[in-house]
Structure formats: C-alpha cells, structure tokens
Design a protein around this ligand. Structure first.
Ligand code: SAM
Length: 397
C-alpha cells in the first residue's frame, strides 16, 4: 500500500488525468483501500467511539470510477471502530457517502485548490430515521451525524488542527511537561503544510522496544497531509511502518549508513534530529545529511541541553563556544551567516556550509537551520578590506 500511496500523491500533484491513470493501473479496489485507510487515519473515528453514551452508528463510503464502484462499511460505537460490520441495533441503516475515486484522491493528496466535492452525494437513511418524532421512528444516536461529519471534514480538507493538538493526540513529548516545541515547529513548518514534503526524523522513540514509539511520525503524517514521513532509529522499528510512514534502522553516528539511507529515499525537505542527543552524533548527522536537504529545506535539532550535560549526553559547559559540542558548533554557523563581512582572512576558517545556510533560529533547546543561498555580497566589507580610504571610514562609525 505504501508504494501505491506514494504513486497517488505524485499523480494527485499532477492532476485528475494522472490519478485516473493510476486507478486504471492499480485497480479501483486497491486505490479505494488506500484512500479509505487515509480517510480513517485522518477522521479519528476512535475518538467518537470513546464518547460515553453516544450510541453506535454506521457509515458506508462508496468510491466510484465510471460505472464501477467499491464500498466499505464501518461501525463506530462502544466496541470501537469496526470495519465491515453494521451498527446494532440495525433499525437505523447506515448513511452512505458516495464520491468519485479520483476526486477523492485529489481531495486527500492534491494541492488544496484541487479539493472539490462536485461528485459527492450523501445518502441519508430516509424520513423514518431522520424525523423520528413525526413518524414514531427510532431515536437517532448522538454519533450518527458526528461520524458523517468527521468523514466529510476529511474529504473537504477542513480546518487543520494545530500541531500541539496533534502532538498530544499522537503521544509525542514534543508538547508536554518536557518540551514546548510545537509552537516553533508550527511557525517554521506551517508554510510547508500543504506541500508534498519528504520529512526525515532521527529518533523514532521507544528505544529498544521494537513495537513502541512512532508518536512524532504519525503526528507529522497528520500535519502534512501530502507528506511522506521517514523515521531513522538505531533500533528496528519496522513494526511501525504504515502508509506514508517508513522506518529505517541505522546508527546516526555512522555516516555510511546515513548516506545510504539518504541516497535511497532523499532528498528531503526537512530533517529533525531527535536521536541520541550526543554532540558527536548530532554533528556527524548534520554534516552527512545537510547535502541531502532540498535547496530551501529546514534542518531542526532538538534537545540542545545535551550539549551541556556531562552526566547524560557527554556534554560540557566548560567552553560554551567549543565546536565539538552541538551549541558551539551551531554558534560557528552564526558567524558563517556573515562570512562575507570579515576584514581579516585569519579571523575564521571558512566552512563548507557558509554559502548554503541562509538562516539560523534558536529557541529553548531547539534550533532550526534554513538551507539557502547565502551570497548576497558584502560591498562595504570589500571596500574596507581593499581601499578603506575611499569610504571615509571615520564617517561610517
Ligand atoms: C527521544 S526518542 C525519539 C522520540 C520521537 N522523536 C518523538 O518525538 O516521539 C530518541 C530515539 O532515538 C533513538 N536513538 C538513540 N541513539 C541513536 C543513534 N545513535 N542513532 C539513531 N537513533 C538513536 C532511540 O532508540 C530512541 O528511540
């Protein structure tokens, strides 16, 4: 399903004809299964199921392609979300949402301006159910409308949830008593939200437990509806692979392993380092992966406190500018932003990234590095270096 999902995202970026070709190639049933999986991931029907006393309700989603169609029945109630079973008692038949499969794929994976509901039809169960008081019909459970509304909201790509809400929902500590990172991610990643980004996070979570972790990967999957999410961890996390989520087992201190991962899956629009937090690992990962960052990509490094703590992450606060520790390493890049402004060649050894980092942002324990051309020129510095007398240097002070 992962390959098919990747193919659908690429086709949806190009338009309806390409999606239709993908449906022909993969088959309506397979495409519908992939789309319905995505709809259920985004709709969080399990949250409705957990509401006490809300009753039980069922829904059919029918996806059509020309004269063909395929359907899935889902029930939501005290037992959770069950695919292929109608709600009991059965005196309220399910509502059916019918939509063209290509339009559905574009709504889920295409650019926002391609979201449309032109072919959608909602088939409600009928007057006996819908106006029960008039005809002495069965009482409509509270879940009845909520389930339909959640799915329609997904199909309309309705108001997206803020990242902090997604962090709590998916169980990552990026918004918790430990960290308050989501406000910063929201600001830096928000403008990319509707793009078909590729994002790679070092550190899946759950450490040696191969079935645990993955909270931030599913948070990013929901935050970037068209995104492909990759998670790298020293432990085997394949059990957490899902459509649009791929895990890779590798040690972030091993440049060869990082390179082979990036050659296979990159380039990436975003890297996040939330792995070991040991300075040599963080620095090796940055130096190896930065070339695989897209030309306007963002590299984020979390938990900078690891740079200072000898007890936990072999850090040090003896020399806050020491470049072998993460924060000192990043501070050097701040001078790199101004590489064109130095008057003496011996002041600083040039770094290979000086010309390709255009911004650095620091927050409590979190840094963002913006890739981009940093060669605006330093016209005044050039004159000061070569012919200061023509500027009347005294007058510039
Ligand atoms: C803090 S957890 C990641 C949490 C996750 N990003 C989240 O927000 O939900 C750190 C993870 O880094 C992994 N890790 C530790 N050392 C590593 C290394 N050298 N290379 C790759 N991953 C490592 C651990 O196995 C652990 O699962």
């Amino acid at each position: 399903m992962t390959d098919l999902t990747h193919a659908l995202i690429a086709a949806a970026d190009r338009g309806y004809r390409d999606v239709a070709a993908a449906v022909e190639e993969a088959g309506l049933r397979n495409v519908a299964a992939a789309l319905i999986n995505e709809i259920f991931f985004r709709a969080h029907l399990d949250e409705l199921a957990a509401v006490e006393g809300a009753g039980e309700s069922s829904l059919v989603i029918t996806l059509t392609h020309g004269s063909r169609e395929t359907s899935v029945l889902v029930s939501v109630g005290p037992k959770g979300v069950e695919i292929g079973r109608a709600a009991r008692p059965t005196d309220i038949p399910p509502t059916t949402i019918v939509q063209d499969v290509c339009e559905t794929a574009l709504a889920l994976y295409g650019p926002r301006e391609r979201v449309s509901s032109a072919s959608r039809e909602i088939r409600w169960p009928g007057p006996r159910t819908m106006v029960p008081r008039l005809v002495n019909g069965p009482a409509v459970p509270r879940l009845f409308h909520a389930v339909v509304q959640r799915v329609v909201h997904v199909l309309e790509r309705g108001r997206p949830a803020p990242l902090a809400e997604l962090a709590v929902r998916h169980g990552t500590d990026k918004w918790s008593f430990l960290h308050q990172y989501t406000q910063h991610y929201q600001r830096h990643f928000g403008p990319l939200r509707d793009r078909p980004v590729k994002i790679c996070e070092i550190g899946v979570g759950g450490y040696g437990d191969t079935e645990a972790g993955g909270g931030s990967l599913s948070m990013w999957k929901e935050f970037f509806p068209r995104g492909l999410v990759y998670g790298l961890d020293i432990a085997d996390k394949r059990a957490l692979d899902r459509p649009r989520i791929t895990t890779i087992q590798a040690d972030q201190s091993d440049p060869e392993a990082l390179r082979s991962m990036a050659e296979k899956f990159g380039p990436f629009d975003i890297f996040i380092d939330d792995g070991s937090h040991m300075s040599p690992h963080v620095i090796t990962s940055f130096e190896t992966l930065f070339p695989y960052l897209a030309k306007d990509g963002i590299y984020a490094i979390e938990d900078l406190h690891g740079s200072y703590w000898p007890q936990l992450f072999e850090g040090s606060e003896d020399d806050l500018n020491a470049p072998e520790f993460t924060v000192g390493f990043l501070k050097q890049m701040v001078d790199g932003l101004n590489h064109e402004e130095f008057l003496k060649s011996e002041t600083r050894v040039a770094k290979s990234t000086d010309r390709s980092i255009k911004g650095i942002h620091f927050y409590h324990n979190l840094a963002f590095i913006d890739k981009g051309r940093n060669e605006e020129g330093g016209p005044i510095a050039s004159v000061l270096r070569e012919a200061p007398e023509i500027l009347g240097v005294e007058g510039l002070r």
